[in-house]
Design a protein around this ligand. Structure first.
Ligand code: ADP
Ligand code: MG
Length: 736
């Protein structure tokens, strides 16, 4: 990281965006964060040393250190214009939460001056009411106490709006009784377990390894639409996705949008949020048009998982805020528009030693690289364990199950609901030989492609091709977990994955130790245990086309679960395997796990209910009145035409009669479905418990909502444009 702050540099005015425009990013990167340079300037040397020490050893920070740290932090914040501070938490609701307090303390009497103050205890913890966040029964209005507690391993930052600056302290969120009420706490627990287990294993190969961290580089997909169009689409505004609308004649079939030139207005919006992101220390570096019209992607340089997750959440917030400045809106929903590409959030994930060695880097000769093989095979095994029937009942599928993601997973869109691992052909061969021969030579020679063109350099070829149909492909030196939803907090998916890998690595280490104790060499023991692990888990490896019907059948034969919907998937959290895994790794206790199941189930039910109510509203107050008005007009035209001449041979009359007939059918279809939808909404409230309601929402509400949509879409192409109250897909997707 570059340590110069732009405040000390030639680019003077931090608010002067134009000067930032021409400044290299390294001049202002992280200037709104309490980074190393700021800490060195504002914290006494001994305080900084104690802080470093606490981070290195993992020891809790005591009150004295917190007081000294808070003093430096306050001075930095105030020097930079911050008037308020907030603990910044990640409740289990796909949104971050904050409550601002001023540093300012008014004088209580005239003998004392007013002043700004901020103590160690202000920094360490706050006590926001926990009863209004989803808690799955862990908290209620009569037992509401919750604590937000400073996470010293995350980066503190100042968030600016046009007229305010606020200090944000990333925090965990727990109940008075100690249970986690957020995404961050279990994520940190899983990272700690993973560090412990992976370090022990890494030391088999290099005793000097200090520790292991997980790294994450997410790719955030999103749509951009005009703000005024957005406001006219109640469904986009209230549900984040369109509940009706036909795919326009031109959509993505010409394949001319992906990586196309970014339109000027969108480019300006992107540059604006990127500049803000860079000042906040979010290392976004990649931007491009995505597959669908109106769709884009941005990606950062990878970081440690905790900061990467914070940064993704912060960026999503930033994008939403900055978009309005440009008269735009961003859509982060997994499926804003039916029939065209949805939004995902690929999680590029790897393991690295504290010193920065990527443990998933195969090197030149992976067949001889026992460290690589060990981590690779154990990750494959962990994924198998959380993706297979009769093991942990596809916990991994449950961890990405949201109402939004249901429109992608298992709905004929990337990636499928069956979780499998793509290794690529080369690694597959290495593993195949390793299984029988153990260590062997398999040189990963990069081949080159000579092009018969003037001056153009030769092309170095990767050893594996890409497979976009796999939910969990290995992409050279990292896995690309492609099944995470675009609006999701990555923490949920990674907590489950990391817990499973930590657990697997611990079991592996134990098996190796046992063999060593029985007299075998360390290398022999590792090879033998790995070979067995591979044999036990290789059914999860699949290098073919994940969208094909053959794979569905094959996956079923292999015992891989294929839960197409969230209601089918979420039950995995309650299986005994899941309980045991989370207990063993201390990532979630039984109460926390049950609470989470309840929260996710309720979220699903609430979203389906909201969407259904919205659909009813829209149909009853716009679609049907509009269609009826047009129906009346057509009927009148029909009568007039009929009076004018005989039916036979009168094309206008025949056409009108035909349209009238179709229109009537479509209106009736909408009406019939809205009646059913209403009935089913009532039934939803008569379900006994959350599990029954979840199933009912998935099995009854969702198909009825879909059927209603079907009729509305049929109506859309029949009703006069003047009587259709909503912008259509082409109005939303082709604006730039
Ligand atoms: P793609 O070609 O798959 O679209 P991108 O270039 O958009 O890939 O994104 C690749 C992402 O992978 C980046 O965020 C990058 O930082 C991340 N990445 C690269 N190496 C690692 C690693 N070792 N651990 C985690 N993420 C990584
Ligand atoms: Mg990409």
């Amino acid at each position: 990281m570059n340590n110069t702050s732009y405040r000390d540099s030639k680019f003077l005015d931090p608010l002067d965006k134009l000067s930032l425009l021409s400044a290299p990013i390294s001049e202002y990167f992280g200037s709104n964060t309490f980074n190393r340079a700021a800490m060195e300037k504002y914290l006494p040397e001994d305080v900084l040393q104690l802080f470093d020490n606490a981070l290195r050893t993992g020891q809790s920070i005591d009150r004295n250190l917190a007081d000294a740290f808070a003093e430096g932090l306050k001075n930095w914040a105030i020097d930079n214009g911050a008037k308020h501070y907030t603990h910044w938490i990640q409740p289990i609701n796909n949104n971050t939460a904050e409550k601002h307090d001023a540093f300012f303390k008014p004088a209580l009497d005239r003998h004392n001056p007013s002043l700004e103050s901020f103590s160690g205890s202000d920094l360490m913890q706050k006590e926001p009411d926990a009863s209004s966040f989803p808690s799955g029964g862990l908290r209620n209005t009569a037992q509401a106490r919750g604590y937000s507690v400073w996470d010293p391993t995350a980066t503190i930052f100042i968030l600016e709006t046009e007229l305010s600056k606020t200090l944000y302290i990333p925090s965990i969120y727990i109940a008075w009784t100690g249970e986690a009420l957020d995404y961050k706490t279990p994520l940190l627990r899983s990272l700690r377990q993973l560090d412990r287990a992976a370090t022990e294993v890494a030391r088999l190969f290099n005793p000097d390894v200090k520790g292991v961290k997980a790294t994450l580089g997410w790719e955030q997909e999103y749509f951009v639409v005009e703000e005024d169009v957005y406001h006219q689409r109640h469904d986009l505004k209230m549900a984040g996705r369109t509940l009706f609308g036909n795919k326009p004649a031109r959509n993505q079939q010409l394949e001319d949008h992906y990586f196309g030139a970014i339109p000027e207005r969108v480019q300006n919006f992107i540059a604006d949020f990127e500049t803000e992101a860079h000042r906040l220390g979010i290392p976004v570096i990649t931007r491009h048009n995505e597959v669908a019209p109106g769709q884009y992607e941005c990606a950062p340089m990878f970081e440690d998982v905790n900061n990467a997750v914070d940064h993704n959440l912060l960026l999503m917030n930033l994008m939403r805020r900055v978009a309005s400045r440009h008269g735009l809106r961003v859509l982060l929903h997994e499926k804003p528009f039916a029939g065209i590409n949805g939004n995902g959030k690929h999680n590029n994930w790897s393991l690295s030693t504290y010193e920065g060695h990527n443990l998933l880097s195969p090197g030149k000769d992976p067949g001889h690289n026992l460290s690589f093989l060990t981590f690779f095979v154990n990750i494959v095994a962990a994924v198998n364990r959380v993706a297979a029937v009769n093991r942990f009942e596809s916990l991994i599928r449950a961890s990405i199950a949201t109402p939004g993601n249901d429109h992608r997973l298992g709905a004929n869109e990337a990636p499928p609901a069956i979780i499998s691992v793509y290794t690529g052909e080369f690694i597959e061969k290495v593993l195949e030989r390793f299984k029988t021969e153990g260590l062997h030579e398999s040189i990963n020679a990069k081949s080159v492609l000579h092009l018969d063109l003037y001056s153009v350099p030769t092309v170095e070829l990767d050893s594996t091709d890409r497979n976009r149909t796999s939910p969990f492909p290995f992409t050279g030196n990292k896995f690309e977990y492609r099944a995470v939803g675009a609006s999701a907090n990555c923490a949920q998916a990674l907590t489950v994955l990391q817990a499973a890998i930590a657990d697997q690595l611990a079991q592996f280490k134990q098996a190796v130790d046992e063999k060593v104790q029985s007299g075998q060499s360390v290398e022999e023991s590792i090879v033998a245990v790995l070979q067995q692990t591979l044999r036990d888990n290789e059914r999860i490896i699949f290098n073919g086309n994940g969208y094909s019907a053959e794979w569905e059948a094959e996956a079923a034969r292999r015992g891989l679960s294929n839960n197409k919907t969230a209601p089918d998937a979420l039950g995995a959290y309650l299986e005994s395997g899941a309980r045991e895994l989370f207990e063993r790794t201390k990532v979630l206790n039984e109460r926390e796990l049950e609470a989470r199941y309840e929260i996710f189930a309720e979220e699903y039910i609430k979203v389906l209910e909201l969407e259904s109510r919205l659909m009813l509203d829209i149909c009853n107050t716009h679609i049907i009145p509009g269609a009826n008005a047009y129906l009346g007009q057509l009927a009148a035209t029909n009568n007039q035409l009929a009076q004018m001449s005989q039916a036979n041979g009168n094309h206008a009359l025949l056409a009108t009669q035909h349209n009238l007939q179709k229109l009537l059918e479509a209106v009736n279809c909408v009406l019939a479905n809205t009646f059913t939808l209403e009935e089913k909404l009532t039934q939803l409230h008569h379900q006994n418990d959350v599990t029954h309601a979840l199933r009912y929402a998935g099995k009854e509400l969702k198909p009825t909502l879909e059927a209603t949509r079907h009729c509305v879409d049929a109506l859309e192409v029949l009703v006069d444009d003047d009587r259709w109250h909503f912008p259509k897909y082409h109005d939303m997707l082709f604006n730039f």
